[in-house]
Each structure stands twice: as structure tokens, then as C-alpha cells.
Write a protein that binds this ligand. Structure first.
Ligand code: INI
Length: 168
């Protein structure tokens, strides 16, 4: 069918500003998620000067920093990186749940999209597999998703051509 409006994000990071919030807890894993995210951003046209990296103590704190960065940091999207390992804490469900809920709420509160690169695994080994190991790098995936969402939202906020023509 023709004539419908279709919006697709590009992955072109040229001109965008991106924030990255990364948790120090399990930094063996999260430093690899960060490396993957930075590599992906730079491969998609972001220059280092347009990337802000914020370290926080643990995944529980990610959303608070992400929200402030979204509100005051002048960024087009925020990438959230952390690692919660079930075996390490009886608080797994709280920490992982609050991290995901908090990150999801960033866009509603600020209008800036935030993507979730917080691993939730049974073991550190499973996490390492997803931080540049045999299952890819979820930090890179979250970074690319942030570029796509920044582009989608930019397009949604641009008036449609017909509306622009009507209003001159
Ligand atoms: N934080 C994590 O990011 N991952 C974990 O696995 C974890 N464990 O196991 O407890 C963890 N805890 C710290 C938490 O995120 C907060 O920093 C802490 O509770 C202080 O608010």
C-alpha cells in the first residue's frame, strides 16, 4: 500500500550528542560494555567530544544519573550500562527491576530516549559472553538503539511536509 507515513530511524550519529551512564559494580563486565558502546558510537559517526560518560556506583543508581543527564546534559539519547548477577545478591530482582523501570521512565520524564544495556545473568561468565564474548556486546547494541531512537524522535517532532506547506 502506498501513501502511508513511515518513519525509520537512521543510525547516523553525525551531529548527535550521546550520554552514557555506566555502573562500577561488576566493572570487569561493565568496562567491556562501555568499550563496546563507545566503539559503536564512534563507528556510527560520533566524535568523542560529543559523548559524555557518567560512572555511578551500581545499577540501582543508573536511572537517577540518566534522568539528570537527559534533563541537563544536552544529549539526544542516553545509553545505560550495568550488570546484575543473580548469584551475587538476594536483591537481584529489586536491583534489576528498579534499573529497568527507572531507565524506561527517563523518556516519559524528559523526552530524551534511554536504552537499556543492563545485563541480568545467573553468572559473571554469562555476562562476559554478552560483553564482547560469544554472544556479542550488549553495550554496543544499546548504543546503536540509542542512535536509532534519537533519529526516530527527531523525525516524529518534525512537522509533516503537508502541514509545513499549509502553515507556510
Ligand atoms: N549492583 C549492580 O549493578 N549489580 C549487582 O549485581 C549488584 N549486587 O549484586 O548487589 C549491585 N548492587 C549494588 C546496587 O546497585 C547499589 O549500588 C547499592 O544497593 C547502593 O544503592
Amino acid at each position: 500500500m502506498n501513501g502511508h507515513r513511515e518513519i525509520k530511524g537512521t543510525l547516523d550519529g553525525t551531529g548527535l550528542r550521546i550520554g552514557v551512564v555506566v555502573s562500577r559494580f561488576n566493572d570487569l563486565v561493565t568496562s567491556r560494555l562501555l568499550a563496546g558502546a563507545l566503539d559503536a558510537l564512534e563507528r556510527h559517526g560520533l566524535v568523542a567530544e560529543r559523548i559524555t560518560v557518567v560512572w555511578v556506583p551500581g545499577s540501582f543508581e543508573i536511572a537517577a544519573a540518566a534522568r539528570d543527564l537527559a534533563e541537563h546534559g544536552g544529549v539526544d539519547a542516553v545509553v545505560c550500562l550495568g550488570c546484575v548477577v543473580r548469584g551475587e545478591t538476594p536483591h537481584f530482582d529489586y536491583v534489576a527491576g528498579e534499573a529497568a523501570r527507572g531507565v524506561a521512565a527517563v523518556h516519559g520524564a524528559t523526552g530524551v530516549p534511554a536504552t537499556l544495556g543492563v545485563l541480568t545473568t545467573e553468572t559473571v561468565e554469562q555476562a562476559l559472553d554478552r560483553a564482547g564474548g560469544k554472544h556479542g556486546n550488549k553495550g554496543a547494541d544499546a548504543a546503536v538503539a540509542a542512535l536509532e531512537m534519537a533519529s526516530v524522535l527527531q523525525q516524529l517532532r518534525r512537522p509533516r511536509r503537508a502541514e509545513r506547506d499549509e502553515t507556510g
